[in-house]
Design a binder for this molecule. Structure first.
Ligand SMILES: [Zn+2]
Length: 368
């Protein structure tokens, strides 16, 4: 049965001692019985509530009711009771909250013997890896890196690169134009760049000669996707302009670059070719890096693999830069460009360009 404060009839020291002992024994038992935060609050309020708490009752029933001569003695004991009740309430609180946090610790316990969750690490996409490799070969030769927008004007994508309007080379590019520009003059019409070459013009307009710049980037053509074609692919293009740049510089630069990329045994071969923005122009083949030139399936038994296009910058292109020191009578230069997907496919023996864009982790993780 719960303790209640009795009225005192006998105020003798012995009777007071007895009453105090009973009260303190009750408060200790109740303090120990409190298990939860809520138990403790009930316990605290039962004893310490200002209105009708047991301490208030002790004050009213024992001290206020005490006859004059006993008041001093009763008052001392009431003070002792108050101190002991406060201590009991405090220590019960500590015990209850201590066990609550112990319970929380138990809930949040980490079993360090469980095997961990291994998150797959990301890796460079094979196309980006090849592109970075090519760029770093030219950076080592002192080239800076330039990038440009993928949406270009007809002027920078074609005209300034010496493709006149109605030039047959424009048809071969299968250009994707931005819709709804029929009212604009042709040179202002926007298109998805078909090559990284407009960045050459942008670089020359921004920087006077001498310039050595390498341009990695994404390009777009209206090609139907198949094993060797994709409407989006990547190029790395380069441009060097200075006084007295000759075709020998071009050959030496590309020979060195191909040896850096494919191994020092690789030989290069230049064939006459045509690009509107270079004159003369050449296609470059390297000895097959798989069979070393003996002939295999990769090089179609020829021993050679055609890898990039290049040439001396056509003087007309300098005229389109309109100043900035690009005077065709004073400076000369060369340019080259290569397809990153094609090189990646050759390097890793990949036979379908679509694998690069399908995001299939089983394919991509081979390059991690
Ligand atoms: Zn071969």
């Amino acid at each position: 049965m719960a303790y209640s404060v009795p009225k005192l009839a006998d105020y003798s020291p012995a009777a007071l001692d007895q009453a105090v002992r009973e009260l303190l024994s009750a408060v200790r038992q109740e303090a120990e019985a409190a298990r939860t935060e809520n138990d403790w609050k009930v316990f605290r309020d039962r004893w310490m509530a200002r209105k009708n708490g047991l301490l208030t009752q002790v004050n009213d029933l024992w001290l206020k009711a005490a006859p004059g001569p006993a008041k001093r003695n009763v008052g001392a004991r009431v003070n002792q009771i108050r101190t002991e009740v406060e201590q009991a309430v405090d220590s019960a609180q500590q015990r209850v909250s201590g066990s609550a946090s112990a319970g929380r610790l138990e809930l949040e316990r980490i079993d360090i013997t469980l095997p961990g969750i291994r998150r797959p690490l990301g890796a460079e996409h094979p196309v980006l890896r090849t592109m970075n490799e090519i760029v770093s070969v030219f950076r080592a030769m002192g080239y800076s890196v330039a990038e440009g927008p993928e949406i270009e004007t007809d002027y920078l994508n074609f005209e300034a690169l010496n493709f006149p309007p109605n030039h047959p080379a424009r048809d071969t590019q299968d250009t994707i134009f931005v819709a709804g520009q029929e009212k604009k003059p042709q040179r202002d019409r926007l298109l998805l760049r078909t090559h990284t070459s407009p960045v050459q013009i942008r670089a020359m307009m921004a920087t006077p000669p001498p310039i050595r710049v390498v341009v990695p980037g994404k390009v777009h053509r209206a090609d139907t996707a198949d094993a060797t074609h994709s409407p989006i692919f990547h190029q790395v293009e380069g441009l060097a302009v200075d006084t007295n740049i000759t075709f020998c510089d071009l050959k030496g630069t590309l020979d060195h670059a191909m040896k850096s990329l494919f191994g020092s045994d690789v030989k290069t071969r230049f064939f006459p070719s045509f690009f509107p923005f270079t004159e003369p122009s050449a296609d470059v083949s390297i000895t097959c890096f798989k069979c070393g030139g003996k002939g295999c399936r990769l090089c179609k038994m020829s021993g050679w693999i055609e890898l990039l296009g290049c040439g001396m910058v056509d003087p007309n292109v300098f005229n389109f830069v309109q100043g900035n020191g690009y005077d065709a009578r004073k400076v000369s230069g060369f340019a080259f460009g290569m397809g990153v997907e094609r090189i990646t496919m050759l390097k890793y023996g990949i036979d379908d360009i679509q694998l690069f864009y399908q995001g299939d982790v089983r394919f991509l993780e081979q390059f991690a």
